[in-house]
Design a protein around this ligand. Structure first.
Ligand code: SF4
Length: 763
């Protein structure tokens, strides 16, 4: 039986959620499922609790009923299970304020949302799609998805866009998260799977190098895989901040923001001049080495790299020698290294280093990217990207188009081509030639995208959003469709290891709420497109056929098999195939079987400090909030722990501006201004300001960030720009948004209590 206390990461009691609150389904069943948040996808048990265990309340506990050696995933069970504070409190989402239970509709722009039935809501969406496409063309209707959607939803969303809407314009918020790592891995290995090895390899590696990853705050149970009871592991962390991950590291490379690429090239230079490269591996398993060798030897000598990065030469030497001396070593990148206008090249430079040291494909060693969003891996494989068809196929590949069109029963010539990437799609909203209507599923770009997205959305003729909460973006919609969440639905998620897991339905959704698949099936039917199932298992079977022969090949998987096998690693091309935990052991995925070195030159940030904006700004996440905060800002315990935004600044910088802890500071970039309280810490460089990005309003970090895009991945440069800081008032007078104004900030906010039960039609 479950013993939650035995495997906890954070000291918290089991959460009992009052499921008798309005908006919560009638019954809960004990079931094994996974956390609704990050890509670690920690296993958890949702169980009825309370008097009589009648389903009126639920408890959340880590899933540790997996016997050691049973073959269960390394994110659950005695060997690896656990939950962070977000996971422990996830049950609160089932009863959260702002939960949508009734379709809402605005009769015209500026009018309040009013409750309607599903029939009226879907009729309005259908009519607006038809009106906009008749007037402006098919591409004038765009679709925006999310990395939290199940594989089935991501697949169906792509099919819906290409077959029912026949629009090229579909993209998703994973463009803000994983796109640079994905592009670089694809370039180097011919295949992008975040970790091309199981987490147990990380646990066994003698050296782990984390480049721009703060796992202690973003996915704390991951720390179990970095434990070092024998004292034989070296942890190296490259980060401008001494984060909770960097603080205990053996080597912390506290580099200048935006210089990760120069750091990687500098380490490679040292490896080459010190004779640490694995020449036999390079000769046998790679191509393109000579050009990279010549490039880094000519340009990235240690003293120059120290000048660029601020990292002392001895620390550079110590890091590369530790990596090269280890029998097993793993290099992992996170968003800190990836969210740059040079993100693809930066990851490429770290992969070059890994290849030169002979790590990828070697047992217990390798390179990987730490996927962020819950289904950030599967969400980028099955067709919700602007340039992609299911199975990680390219939409401009004639053979891929023919295969997928055959599965969908359409003429390949009718499939649209590549569309706009997320940032460009949102920026073009409502402009001549840009989208005039947008259908949004499971995403909150008003918080998560750079720049003034709210203004862009308000330029649209029509916005529809399917969500389970009234997020900052959903509140701007003309039609809001209430859909199921996490424990209320079945589907698959592909975790950061590339392991496909089954999400089980453990709680009945509130009456009147539909699944995204039901919404898409109904809309497709109304638009005259057949073949859209609402059954997750049937949709997965179709996804498996569509992916067959592709890079991300799920053809041998089914819900039943994934369940029976505790998850399956892709590629898994047929029903007898065991799945592929380590795809690069014998060969890489390029036609010649070799990994490719690619020259990647340091170019610096798109915007560097100057006299007007003399400091670096960097952004990121903190422990008790998740991404745009649309979910975690609604959980009382998390909001208590992390109530609002702040600016981390070094005491020396604070002294220069007469700022004390808590003093409001005004941060200004070329994009805008926010005001947040200062948080003084010596863990940050004196030339750098850090702001977490989870909050709306006056403290919205992405008001400041630079929308400059990586030329390959189209990733915005979230991680570095130039900022001006000034004191905005005496200590203790924060202007930052707090818990109380979470819902009061947006004029479109409605009171769910006013509309609940007011539907004019049966659901
Ligand atoms: Fe959930 Fe990620 Fe925390 Fe695990 S680490 S409990 S998946 S948020």
């Amino acid at each position: 039986m479950v013993k939650p206390q035995a495997h906890r990461i954070v000291d918290m009691p089991n959460r009992a959620v009052d499921a008798r609150k309005p908006g919560v389904g009638a019954s809960a069943r004990t079931g094994a499922t996974h956390c609704p948040y990050c890509a670690l996808q920690c296993g958890m048990t949702v169980a009825p609790a309370g008097e009589g265990a009648d389903g009126a309340t639920v408890t959340i506990s880590p899933r540790d009923d997996v016997a050691a050696g049973h073959g269960g995933p390394s994110t659950e069970g005695p060997a690896g299970g656990g939950l962070c504070q977000k996971g422990w409190t996830a049950g609160d989402l089932l009863t959260t304020a702002g939960r949508l239970t009734t379709p809402l509709l605005r009769d015209e722009r500026g009018a309040p949302l009013r409750a309607v039935g599903w029939g009226a809501a879907l009729s309005r969406v259908t009519a607006e799609i038809q009106r906009v496409q008749a007037r402006y063309g098919r591409n004038a209707v765009a679709v925006f998805g999310g990395g939290g959607l199940t594989n089935e939803k991501a697949y169906q969303l792509g099919k819906f866009a290409r077959v029912a809407l026949r629009t090229a314009n579909i993209d998703y918020n994973g463009r803000f998260c994983m796109s640079s790592a994905a592009a670089a891995a694809d370039r180097a290995f011919g295949l992008d799977r975040g970790l091309p090895f199981p987490l147990e390899d990380v646990a066994a590696a003698e050296v782990v190098f984390l480049a721009g990853a703060n796992v202690a705050e973003t996915m704390p149970p991951f720390l179990r895989h970095l434990r070092d009871p024998a004292g034989t592991r070296t942890l190296i962390v490259a980060d401008p901040r001494r984060t909770p991950t960097a603080a205990p590291a053996g080597i912390h490379l506290q580099l200048t923001p935006g210089t990760d690429l120069a750091l990687a090239n500098g380490l490679l230079h040292l490896a080459l001049v010190e004779g640490l490269a694995d020449e036999a591996y390079i000769a046998a398993r790679t191509s393109g080495f000579a050009a990279v060798r010549d490039h880094v030897l000519a340009r990235y000598w240690p003293e120059r790299v120290e000048r660029i990065t601020g990292v002392p030469v001895p620390a550079l030497r110590e890091a590369v020698r530790a990596l090269a001396a280890a029998r097993t070593a793993i290099i992992l990148t996170g968003r800190g290294a990836e969210q740059h206008a040079t993100g693809t090249d930066t990851v490429t430079a770290f992969i070059n280093l890994a290849l030169a040291l002979g790590l990828p494909g070697r047992p217990g060693s390798g390179y990987g990217a730490l996927t962020g969003q819950g289904n950030g891996q599967g969400g980028r494989e099955h067709g919700q990207k602007a340039d992609q068809l299911p199975g990680y196929r390219r939409i401009d590949d004639p053979a891929a188009r023919a295969h997928v069109a055959a599965v969908w029963g359409v003429d390949p010539a009718d499939l649209p081509g590549p569309g706009r990437s997320a940032t460009e799609l949102l920026a073009a909203a409502g402009t001549p030639g840009g989208p005039r209507a947008l259908l949004l599923f499971g995403s909150n770009p008003v918080i998560s995208a750079p720049g003034g997205v709210a203004d862009a959305l308000d330029r649209l003729d029509f916005l529809a959003a399917a969500d389970f909460v009234d997020s900052e973006t959903a509140r701007r919609a003309d039609v809001l469709l209430p859909v199921t969440q996490w424990a209320e639905e079945a589907g698959t998620m592909t975790n950061l290891e590339g392991r496909v897991r089954l999400r089980r339905r453990c709680v009945d959704p509130p009456p009147g709420v539909r699944t995204d698949l039901e919404v898409l099936a109904e809309l497709a039917g109304r638009l005259g497109a057949a073949g859209f199932s609402a059954d997750p298992a049937a949709v997965f079977d179709e996804l498996a056929r569509a992916s067959a022969g592709g890079i991300a090949d799920y053809a041998g998987m089914s819900h039943a098999r994934i369940d029976a096998d505790w998850g399956l690693f892709w590629p898994c091309p047929d029903a007898a195939h065991p799945g592929t935990p380590r795809p690069f052991t014998d060969r890489f995925a390029h036609p010649d079987g070799r990994a490719r070195f690619t020259v990647a030159g340091h170019r610096g940030p798109a915007e560097s400090p100057d006299t007007g904006y003399p400091l670096y700004l960097t952004t990121g996440r903190q422990l008790a909030q998740y991404q745009s905060g649309a979910q975690t800002r609604r959980v009382a315990d998390l909001l208590k722990t992390a109530p609002g935004p702040y600016a981390e600044i070094h005491p020396d910088l604070a002294a220069r501006h007469d700022v004390a802890d808590g003093t409001p500071v005004r941060l200004t970039t070329r994009r805008g201004t926010i005001t947040v309280p200062a948080r003084l810490t010596s863990a940050i460089r004196a030339d750098t300001v850090f702001v977490p990005f989870h909050w709306p309003g006056a403290g919205r970090a992405n008001t400041l960030t630079n929308p400059a895009l990586d030329p390959v991945s189209r990733m915005p440069e979230f991680k570095v720009c130039a900022v001006h800081l000034e004191r905005a008032g005496p200590p203790g007078t924060s202007e930052a948004p707090g818990p109380a104004d979470h819902d009061a900030r947006n004029p479109a906010t409605h009171d769910p209590a006013e509309v609940r039960g007011g539907a004019g039609e049966a659901a």
